[in-house]
Design a protein around this ligand. Sequence first.
Ligand code: SF4
Length: 492
Amino acid sequence: MARRYFLSKSKLNAYRQCARRLWLEVHRKDLIEISPATQRKFDVGHRVGELARAEYPDGVLIGHDSALAAALSETRAALAASPRRPVFEATVRHADVLVRADLLVPTAGGFHMAEVKSSGEVKPYHVTDVAIQAWVFRGAGIPVRSVEVRHIDGGFVYPGGGDYRGLFARGDVEADVARLEPEVPKWVREAQAILNRPEPDLPMGAHCDDPFECPFKRHCARLAGPAPAFPVTLLPGAQGGRLAEELIAAGFADLRDVPAARIGEDAKLRRIHEATVSGRAYLSPAAREVLAGWGAPRRYLDFETIGFTVPRWAGTRPFQQVPFQWSCHAEDAGGRLTHAEFLDLSGEDPSRACAESLVAALGQTGPIVAYSAAFESGVIQRLAERDPDLAPPLAAIRARLVDLLPVVRAHYYHRDMKGSYSIKDVLPTVAPELAHATLGEVQDGGGAQAAYVEAIAPETTDERRAELGRSLREYCARDTLGMVRVARALSG
Ligand code: SF4
């Protein structure tokens, strides 16, 4: 006889992402590996949940995060003793599925249920979440009259002083939940059936990161055996993705095995294929002309920014990218380099100091080279909006920006880039000694943001802050020096 497994909302979500993930979460918990990025998302979610609860000062919080039997009985007691008070983390079980509702607010004839999310919009999996919650609560006899997703309002401007009223927007998901809720019993049956069988042998794919990064990627990759050195999936863009699917369906795994005739007419895909098969890098002489047209002296600029889900500084919005660091390498007509930089680890709003330092350091003339310059341009624009007295010199800086990325895209490809034009993938092909993998603690933008958040935390020691500062300076300077080296390589 089939065993009945105990399920939760997260288990059903795991099943919706991948049946193998569900199986592993139940039978091989020991293989779970939570990445630092995923852990950071959990931490933000906790903070957002606290702020959502703060709107209901008379609410009752059901604790017992791991003692779920206690949470179930405490919920029953809270609903019986104070049926007119909101309940946070109300924990309910129905048909072997246990869920916890972020907010359960009394309303006419029952309750309004809200799921709190730290994203700036309603996403499809949020609707799934609410449908599962509503099905369990209603099945357990608790009258849920209405539902919503409460998410971050990206237009909210933090006035300061801890006043977060208006941080949340209400996403109307009633119709979508009504459509999905009848599906939940089928998901439960299918999930139970999966759990009663051996581990599903499902291949890895795009679903391993959609909608969440799966914590079993290392396990599945290990069982899948060695991946091809140049998988057809490296073909970039929507067209490359479609072609990769066709090639996989035709039995190709490594791009080097694909005949040129199967690539089609797209010049970029053909170039990638040719460079991958031959092992010879592609470099168009036109790159040299474009770069020569920029003239000298040049400056190479890169920002590191932080976008808090819950704004930290007055005058900022959720997710607004605020620069806390920049690096600039200046190259004169003779190729001599000088370096300038800015880094603020005080924890105060770094915007004003950042803007002033930029204006002081970037001079009046000459191109300012960025990699994906729209980002730098947007950052400078927002600095100007926050400090209008600096708007004219900041506008002048924006007007001097030129973009190295489209030049690389159009005129260069090395097979070791594996379909990526990120500076981190291009740089090792022209200057292996500068590869970001040779850096210390901070090797990418996510690492820089994590280092910044740790550095400004009150509990961080001065010694640790100094260490993080060194890693951040080394990382940002590597990006701008890397641009110099890539531009030189493209100039032949
Ligand atoms: S890594 Fe991918 S295939 Fe493996 S369990 Fe996770 S989602 Fe499924």
